[in-house]
Design a protein around this ligand. Structure first.
Ligand SMILES: *[C@@H]1O[C@H](CO)[C@@H](O)[C@H](O)[C@H]1NC(C)=O
Ligand SMILES: *[C@@H]1O[C@H](CO)[C@@H](O)[C@H](O)[C@H]1NC(C)=O
Ligand SMILES: *[C@@H]1O[C@H](CO)[C@@H](O)[C@H](O)[C@H]1NC(C)=O
Ligand SMILES: *[C@@H]1O[C@H](CO)[C@@H](O)[C@H](O)[C@H]1NC(C)=O
Ligand SMILES: *[C@@H]1O[C@H](CO)[C@@H](O)[C@H](O)[C@H]1NC(C)=O
Ligand SMILES: *[C@@H]1O[C@H](CO)[C@@H](O)[C@H](O)[C@H]1NC(C)=O
Ligand SMILES: *[C@@H]1O[C@H](CO)[C@@H](O)[C@H](O)[C@H]1NC(C)=O
Ligand SMILES: *[C@@H]1O[C@H](CO)[C@@H](O)[C@H](O)[C@H]1NC(C)=O
Ligand SMILES: *[C@@H]1O[C@H](CO)[C@@H](O)[C@H](O)[C@H]1NC(C)=O
Ligand SMILES: *[C@@H]1O[C@H](CO)[C@@H](O)[C@H](O)[C@H]1NC(C)=O
Ligand SMILES: *[C@@H]1O[C@H](CO)[C@@H](O)[C@H](O)[C@H]1NC(C)=O
Ligand SMILES: *[C@@H]1O[C@H](CO)[C@@H](O)[C@H](O)[C@H]1NC(C)=O
Length: 562
């Protein structure tokens, strides 16, 4: 009996083939034969699914994770296998994510014709994706992410007409993204092809997927422009094409994505400007990543109306003009990166946004580096949230001094005020920034003494304060910085006195110790020999005396004299 027969049809045939028997007897024989037929069908079909599973197992090495795949129990109870409730011997799910499987994928999986979920993510599978998977008409979810699959996406996958989720990220797949996916898989809601080597264009046909919510093509080698047809995906929530070679302008149709939460197009070759009315287009936007493109124009003030915005990254573009003073209305904002643009501020205008940002009680990162911010640094910067972890102000034309209350920003882990025209002293309150890991104050016009309170920054890894007018002795308290691995106080010319021996006892100081071009004097303490892990020691341009111990000869750069 051909096992492909459906139950009903088989029963009818049997009924017709037994004329002339009495009804009772018929029913008795019938039910007997029927159970035989069912048993037979089940056996034949299960053998099909079991054989396919065994063929799959035969091609992978599993490090014991498939130990339950043995004959002591039916295959429906094998690890990762789930069978249908209605057809007890048909596999509907095979989920073996993160089981340490290695090897190739058997084409026999295409025989599991009732399969709805195939999740083999987070393994070490390699080779091509078998085209036979295209036979899985009932497949809803295919997840082969985080493996080493190579080759192309088989066009046959476009026959899996029920598919809602296709996840292939973190593999080595290449070639073009088949246009057929957009033409045939009309139920697709999730496509993740992130971190592969796909080439060619983003297929315009993807615009036909009316259920599409999540499209992640980040980190591939895609070219061409964003097809304007994508604007018809009215359910789009997350769109990511960062790290490709996509060019052109953002098609205006994309502003029809009213459910959009994530828009990430960083590191491409896109240009154009942000429309003035963006604030009324993306009412649910949380993540706007435009960094590393060629965008120009001003930052529209309507952006302050997107109250859901958490992440705003415009770094490395050609944005110009003033930062909207209303930005502080973004109460959920955590990450604001405006670095490497042509934004400006001066004593009359352009700094208001700093005062307004004090409203952003969850702000963690503020990057203003490499712009045309000028004039006095606003004192209100000390009123930013204590959640702030990173503050980058380097490569600007900022004047004025570091506010005395900078120590209010107790959450800071990284503070870089460098290559500006800032002068004045390093405020004593800096010693309150107990979470600081990196402090960059180089290439400014800072003067006065290095505050001894710096010794309180017990987590500090690096302190760079070269090129300035710092004077007086190097505080002994720097010897308390047990995690310090880089210290550069070079070219202040006026730091004087002897080098505190405590500094030479810092075990972690392994990257650089540069005290060159100052007015340091006296003999080098014996402890200098403890710095045997140091990569670079520079003491030239001082009035030091004494001998350098042999133990320092591992130093890659050792500058002692002019
Ligand atoms: C898969 O099905 C094909 C025919 O449909 C059959 O020839 C093949 O033997 C099957 N493979 C396994 C492993 O069951
Ligand atoms: C066979 O699988 C069962 C569970 O189905 C397991 O308890 C048993 O240890 C397995 N036998 C071997 C030899 O691995
Ligand atoms: C597959 O398994 C991974 C890891 O457990 C999980 O994160 C992912 O959501 C699953 N994929 C699908 C499509 O359900
Ligand atoms: C791929 O699809 C084509 C056309 O539908 C079919 O002829 C072919 O057998 C399929 N390949 C496999 C391996 O299933
Ligand atoms: C990208 O995928 C490769 C495997 O192809 C993986 O080794 C790497 O960690 C992935 N990169 C990221 C950032 O996930
Ligand atoms: C979208 O589908 C329609 C018909 O369903 C078709 O005519 C059109 O070519 C498709 N568009 C794309 C971009 O594939
Ligand atoms: C991106 O495309 C341009 C031409 O459009 C090409 O010159 C450039 O090399 C490409 N860059 C990468 C990283 O592929
Ligand atoms: C936005 O969608 C509306 C209908 O929902 C449509 O009329 C309009 O043309 C679309 N705009 C763009 C720019 O595609
Ligand atoms: C922000 O939204 C308010 C209220 O919806 C509106 O009155 C205002 O014009 C918007 N601001 C901008 C700059 O678009
Ligand atoms: C700060 O937030 C309050 C309410 O959350 C708002 O009324 C006020 O306008 C905001 N201030 C600034 C400067 O954005
Ligand atoms: C910081 O905020 C406090 C309280 O809102 C205010 O009194 C003070 O003037 C602000 N400081 C600066 C420098 O703006
Ligand atoms: C210092 O900043 C200016 C802009 O203010 C910039 O042109 C210059 O390249 C920067 N210097 C260094 C060494 O980064």
């Amino acid at each position: 009996m051909p096992y492909r027969c459906r139950g009903q049809r088989v029963r009818c045939q049997l009924w017709r083939s037994m004329p002339g028997t009495s009804m009772g007897m018929t029913m008795g024989i019938m039910s007997f034969i029927w159970s035989l037929v069912v048993a037979l069908m089940t056996a034949t079909v299960s053998a099909g699914d079991e054989a396919a599973l065994l063929a799959f197992k035969a091609q992978v090495s599993d490090a014991g994770s498939l130990a339950s795949w043995n004959s002591s129990a039916g295959f429906c109870s094998w690890e990762g296998v789930m069978c249908s409730r209605w057809r007890p011997s048909r596999v509907v799910e095979l989920s073996l994510d993160g089981r340490g499987l290695a090897g190739a994928l058997s084409p026999a999986l295409g025989n599991l014709s009732f399969l709805r979920t195939l999740n083999l993510s987070f393994n070490r599978l390699h080779g091509e994706i078998p085209a036979s998977l295209g036979r899985l008409r009932r497949l809803l979810k295919l997840d082969l992410s985080d493996n080493s699959f190579s080759g192309k996406i088989p066009v046959n996958l476009s026959s899996c007409i029920s598919m809602t989720k296709l996840r292939l990220r973190n593999n080595q797949l290449g070639g073009r993204i088949p246009a057929e996916l957009g033409e045939k898989l009309t139920s697709l809601a999730v496509i993740s092809l992130r971190n592969n080597s796909f080439t060619g264009l983003i297929p315009p046909s993807l615009g036909n997927l009316s259920h599409l919510q999540y499209l992640d093509l980040t980190t591939n080698q895609l070219v061409g422009s964003i097809p304007s047809s994508l604007g018809s995906n009215h359910n789009m929530q997350q769109f990511g094409i960062s790290r490709n070679n996509i060019s052109g302008m953002l098609p205006p149709s994309l502003y029809n994505w009213s459910s959009l939460e994530v828009f990430s197009v960083a590191l491409n070759m896109l240009y154009g400007s942000i429309p003035d009315d963006i604030g009324s287009k993306f009412a649910k936007l949380e993540h706007l990543g435009l960094g590393g493109n060629h965008f120009t124009g001003t930052i529209p003030s309507s952006i302050s109306n997107i109250s859901s915005l958490v992440f705003l990254n415009l770094v490395q573009n050609g944005f110009s003009g003033y930062v909207p003073p209303t930005l502080g209305k973004l109460g959920a904002l955590q990450h604001l990166n405006l670095g490497a643009n042509n934004l400006e501020a001066n004593d009359n205008k352009g700094w208001e946004f700093i005062t307004s940002l004090a409203n952003c009680s969850q702000l963690q990162l503020l990057v203003l580096a490499s712009n045309y911010f000028g004039g006095q640094l606003p004192g209100s910067i000390v009123n930013l949230s204590t959640t702030l972890e990173g503050l980058y102000l380097m490569h600007n034309r900022i004047f004025g001094s570091i506010p005395v209350d900078i120590g209010n920003l107790v959450g800071l882990q990284i503070l870089v005020i460098a290559n500006t025209s800032i002068d004045g002293v390093i405020p004593e309150s800096i010693g309150k920034l107990g979470n600081l890991i990196e402090l960059g104050l180089y290439n400014n016009s800072l003067s006065g003494f290095i505050p001894p309170s710096l010794g309180n920054l017990s987590r500090l890894n690096s302190f760079f304060a070269s090129i300035g007018n710092l004077e007086g002795p190097i505080p002994t308290s720097l010897g308390e910085l047990k995690n310090l691995y880089a210290l550069d106080l070079s070219m202040n010319y006026h730091l004087n006195g002897s080098i505190p021996r405590e500094i030479f006892k810092l075990h972690d100081l392994s990257y650089i110790l540069d005290l060159s071009y100052n007015s340091l004097s006296g003999p080098l303490p014996n402890e200098v020999g403890s710095l045997s892990n140091l990569n670079q020691l520079a003491l030239s341009g001082n009035q030091l005396s004494g001998k350098i111990p042999d133990s320092l000869q591992n130093c890659i750069v050792l500058e002692l004299h002019e």
